[in-house]
Design a protein around this ligand. Sequence first.
Ligand SMILES: *[C@@H]1O[C@H](CO)[C@@H](O)[C@H](O)[C@H]1NC(C)=O
Ligand SMILES: *[C@@H]1O[C@H](CO)[C@@H](O)[C@H](O)[C@H]1NC(C)=O
Ligand SMILES: *[C@@H]1O[C@H](CO)[C@@H](O)[C@H](O)[C@H]1NC(C)=O
Ligand SMILES: *[C@@H]1O[C@H](CO)[C@@H](O)[C@H](O)[C@H]1NC(C)=O
Ligand SMILES: *[C@@H]1O[C@H](CO)[C@@H](O)[C@H](O)[C@H]1NC(C)=O
Ligand SMILES: *[C@@H]1O[C@H](CO)[C@@H](O)[C@H](O)[C@H]1NC(C)=O
Ligand SMILES: *[C@@H]1O[C@H](CO)[C@@H](O)[C@H](O)[C@H]1NC(C)=O
Ligand SMILES: *[C@@H]1O[C@H](CO)[C@@H](O)[C@H](O)[C@H]1NC(C)=O
Length: 615
Amino acid sequence: MEAMNVVLLLLFPLFFTITIQSSPKPSLSLPRFVNSLRQNSSNETIDVPAPEYFEVTLPLPTDDATPACSVNVLSDSFGNTSATTGINVCYTPPNATCEWSHAVLHYQAEYKGDQYESIAGVWMDGVELLRTSTAQPTEDGVLWNVRKDVTRYSSIFTRENLTLSVKLENLGNGEFTGVYQVNVSLLFYSDKAVRFPVSVVSGESEAQPLNRKLISDKTRENKDKLELDRVLKSLYPYEKSADLIVPISGALDEGHWFRIHDESDVRTTNVQIPPTTYKAVLELYVSFHGGDEFWYLNPPDSYIQANHLPTGRTHGAYREVLVTIDGKLVGTVIPFPVIFAKGINPLFWEPVVSIGAFDLPSYDIDLTPFLGLLSDNKIHSIGLQVANGISYWLVDANLHLWLDDSNVQAIVKYEDPTMDIENEFEFEGLEGKFETEVERKTKATSWVQSSSGLQKTKVTQEIIFKNKLKIKDGGTTKQLEQKIKTTTKIKMTNGMGESIGKIQMEKIYPVMITIQSQPLADKNATLMTTSVVQRRSESFSNKRSSISRELKHKQNCTGSMLVNGNSVNGNSVIGGSVENHQSYEFTNEAGCYSRKVDVVDGVVIADETMLVCVD
Ligand SMILES: *[C@@H]1O[C@H](CO)[C@@H](O)[C@H](O)[C@H]1NC(C)=O
Ligand SMILES: *[C@@H]1O[C@H](CO)[C@@H](O)[C@H](O)[C@H]1NC(C)=O
Ligand SMILES: *[C@@H]1O[C@H](CO)[C@@H](O)[C@H](O)[C@H]1NC(C)=O
Ligand SMILES: *[C@@H]1O[C@H](CO)[C@@H](O)[C@H](O)[C@H]1NC(C)=O
Ligand SMILES: *[C@@H]1O[C@H](CO)[C@@H](O)[C@H](O)[C@H]1NC(C)=O
Ligand SMILES: *[C@@H]1O[C@H](CO)[C@@H](O)[C@H](O)[C@H]1NC(C)=O
Ligand SMILES: *[C@@H]1O[C@H](CO)[C@@H](O)[C@H](O)[C@H]1NC(C)=O
Ligand SMILES: *[C@@H]1O[C@H](CO)[C@@H](O)[C@H](O)[C@H]1NC(C)=O
């Protein structure tokens, strides 16, 4: 074994490039799972339907309802060339006679072709509605459905002459040879159709044997309308959808998103907001690719240089998306590390994709405190950049504005955000230990005089980022332990100094990743042992109206895969054996929804939904 370790270093000096699978042409005919229960593909003459992949998420309260009306916006396919240009269609709003209060975007996709990974977005006149990534196709292709509540964008759906665009971007080096079929429709529901608490729906693969149980602790049929309203309206900051949404995005021919290549790449958009604006929220969409797809696993430059590693995955592990107004920093986001279809171990994500892969989270930055700066009827520049970023990030934003009947007076009191960063690392050869800790604090207060009186809003935010990366065993083992915690507090008081609201939001995103590689010289391949334990926890509480809601989504993936070991960049998965265990819990004052899904070697062995939560 010692002798082989030496061979390993010679064969695989680029441990960092092994963590991503970027093969343009893997062998599709090989059994993907060593212990596969669905190996019966030896003689397929019948047309096997593409399996459906899915993300474990909360069913929408509209899922079982009949829409009041719907608009099929797009039904098209991406071929070779359109994959880089995108599809643009004219959007026709729903009939004016249609009464609706909730809107749902339904995105259906089917892909047939080589293993291929891409990121996609859906925009309406530059306002982003969805950021989504693609699933890995099987021999029979793959299909998936994303349903997203887009009520917050209601103000644009009634407008005429808008362009809806879908852009798909290839993330691999390979040539795009497949066919990617996309349908986009908008479903509009009336208040009456919205059911609460969340109903149990099955939107998953019909091909997989599901073991679904429903346990209901109480019957909640006679939901009081008042409570329904209260729950639906507790979705801060979009209790009521904005009156106007201004896109902070690029040109249509660039696909609307800003492609950010490094820290100095600051993208600005000039905006002039109506002086009647009494509330403003910037919603940020962000995804990371290329050298920064796994930014949280990147070692510092000195390590890369000392070991002469020809990899672009550098610059350490600190990244932060910065939002500026006229060059002044007003808010920051450290995003949830979404793992795409080929990430860490591609076998993990079949057919249940990783947290957020089909509906990447967006991030809200309350800009109400900055209305004193923005609402003077002058042009202001909103800037987006990625601190410490390397190529490339796809970033854009929607500026949601709520308007009053008459002009609003606003004053801002603002302190420059503070930031502490600590880097500590030591390494010898390929082995080392790297630690990064960041603490960011933002504070701003505004006084807004509108038709509803004087309101003082104080927003404070604290972001704590801790990243610990260990590289051991001659560079063949990599261990990450990371936690991102964002706490936002909003306090509102009226002109008399009385409290009119207190909101607290907390987002906790821990992740642990282990990647171990062991060369099998006789097989001309490498055995990679991998694990991902990740959680997305988000809670919201409004003490005054005793509203609280909490989301806890966990995934625990373990397993190994054999990758072709002939070339460092051209490696591909030969096969493997994996498990993916996910649990999802959503609680609010009306009840709880929980779902547990267990996947072994690409087969869903258990899928249980309950209306009770265990912990
Ligand atoms: C393949 O599937 C067919 C039909 O489902 C079944 O009759 C056959 O026994 C299977 N063959 C193997 C090798 O599992
Ligand atoms: C597929 O079927 C053909 C004809 O039925 C047979 O000759 C061939 O051996 C089969 N191939 C495999 C891989 O089973
Ligand atoms: C895709 O592009 C390649 C090279 O650009 C070309 O050879 C091939 O014919 C194209 N395929 C289709 C379906 O357009
Ligand atoms: C809109 O709805 C009304 C009443 O249902 C109907 O008469 C009219 O034809 C519809 N218009 C369109 C463009 O569908
Ligand atoms: C798109 O819609 C068409 C027509 O309804 C349907 O035949 C097709 O299967 C849909 N495609 C996807 C990917 O769902
Ligand atoms: C939509 O565009 C057409 C043609 O450009 C124009 O005639 C029409 O007035 C526009 N409608 C609206 C509501 O702007
Ligand atoms: C993850 O799953 C493995 C088995 O698949 C188990 O041994 C381990 O304890 C789990 N870790 C967590 C954090 O749940
Ligand atoms: C490893 O496999 C590749 C093809 O996958 C081949 O080109 C190469 O020569 C093999 N190397 C050894 C040492 O067998």
